[in-house]
Structures are given as C-alpha cells and as structure tokens.
Design a protein around this ligand. Structure first.
Ligand SMILES: [Zn+2]
Length: 236
C-alpha cells in the first residue's frame, strides 16, 4: 500500500490510474484506506506525492472528521474477532469480542456491529428515561432504533415515539442526550424555529456545544471500524 508523510504521520492512500490528465483526491470513510487518488496514466508518482503534500489541509480536515477505530458511548474499545460455533459479541471493560463462524464474513460482522450498537444505545436511553421524563415533563415515549444514513433522530409526536439512529451508540453520552432532547423538543414545537431552540435549550443548556461536537465526527462504517481496531492478542 502507498503512503505519504503528512504532519509527521504516514497516511495510506490508494492510487487509481484514470484516462484523464489531472489528479483528483477523494475521501471515502468506507474505503480502506479512505484516501483515494485518481491520477492520469502518465503522471509520475513524485508529482502525485507533491500534490498530496500541497493538499495536506484538505486531507487532515477529512481525517479529523472520521472516527478511527471502535467507540462505544464515546470510549475507545479494542476489538477482537475469534472463530467460534455461533455469531455473537461480548462487551468487556475496554474491549469487544466478536465470535464468528467465519471471521472473514463482512456481512455477518456488519450485522453483529449493528446489533451491538442497538443493544448499547437501547440500554443507555432506557437507563436515562427517568431523567429525560423529569426534564421534559413528557412521559411514556416509545424509543425505536434503526440505522439512518443522514440523520441522528426523528420523531412521531402523534404516536409519542422517538426514532434514534443506532450509530449514536458510538457517541459520548452528552451527545446522545442532546439528540434525545432535540426530539423531545419537537413534541412541543414541530419546526426548527427560534421557539423550538428555546424549548430545547431549556432541556439541554449545552445543546449548541454538543451539537457542534457531534458534527465534527462523521458516521463510522460498521465494517471497517472493527477491522481498524483489531487486536492480535491471543484470547485469555
Ligand atoms: Zn429536528
């Protein structure tokens, strides 16, 4: 794999030769490595490396938006994959163990990660339900969890239901809380007017700060987040 040194770090990239003349950079969190360079067939490698160095700011900006490795409730976890007789996961103090019939099966791994996220998020929000209800004065809300690709949450006020993106399980508790409060605030005000934010900041005074923090992190890919943080340690 090719690498380039940027800000004292060796950064891996994939080079794809194209029929066009120029050089183009792409950043795809789901790709391994995420940095992809499209370059015309006749462009020498030293020119490509120069181009990468010139675009240091762009590359670092994208990298800082991407969660590297595996996080639960904002904490980093080592991950391990073991071959076993069934597909399952176990959460330990600072590591997560995935047992898989076929450790190479990326579809199964993705399904396990999604199930793990849902389990962690559901436990967290149900444990905090009392606090949410006390703060908002709104009771009996049903929480539902699913993978969403462009949003963190949504709600159906008529059904007294809040939908949460299962990926929120990766984020720090105060960020999860601020998303939940955002949805609760919609029970009072449907749109995103000034009145809405007044209600929301009554529930969560740090909402703006939490929201800004959240936006610095991109959604992680359920397949690669395990592989990038894989521990080679033997099972003890
Ligand atoms: Zn909203």
């Amino acid at each position: 794999m090719r690498t380039v040194k940027i800000a004292d770090k060796e950064i891996a990239y994939e080079l794809k030769r194209t029929k066009t003349r120029g050089i183009r950079l792409l950043y795809r969190a789901e790709n391994d490595p995420p940095l992809i360079v499209h370059a015309g067939r006749f462009i020498p490698e030293w020119k490509i490396r120069d181009f990468l160095a010139q675009n240091e700011g762009w590359i670092l900006g994208h990298m800082n938006r991407t969660v590297q490795g595996f996080f639960l409730l904002g904490q980093p976890y080592r991950t391990m994959i073991l071959k076993g007789t069934k597909n399952s996961f176990t959460i330990r103090k600072d590591s997560v163990l995935f047992t898989m019939k076929d450790p190479e099966d990326e579809d199964v791994l993705e399904a396990l990660v999604k199930h793990l996220w849902k389990t962690v998020l559901e436990e967290y929000t149900e444990n905090h339900r009392e606090e949410y209800e006390r703060v908002t004065g709104h009771t009996g809300t049903e929480y539902q969890y699913r993978i969403m690709h462009t949003r963190y949450g949504s709600c159906s006020p008529k059904k007294n239901r809040i939908h949460l993106n299962t990926q929120l399980a990766c984020y720090a508790p105060e960020i999860i809380d601020s998303i939940v409060y955002h949805e609760y605030a919609h029970f009072r005000v449907l749109n995103h007017s000034a009145r809405f934010y007044k209600v929301l900041e009554g529930y969560d005074p740090a909402y703006r700060k939490n929201h800004a923090k959240m936006r610095q992190t991109a959604f992680v890919n359920p397949r690669t987040c395990v592989r990038t943080n894989l521990s080679t340690e033997a099972e003890t």
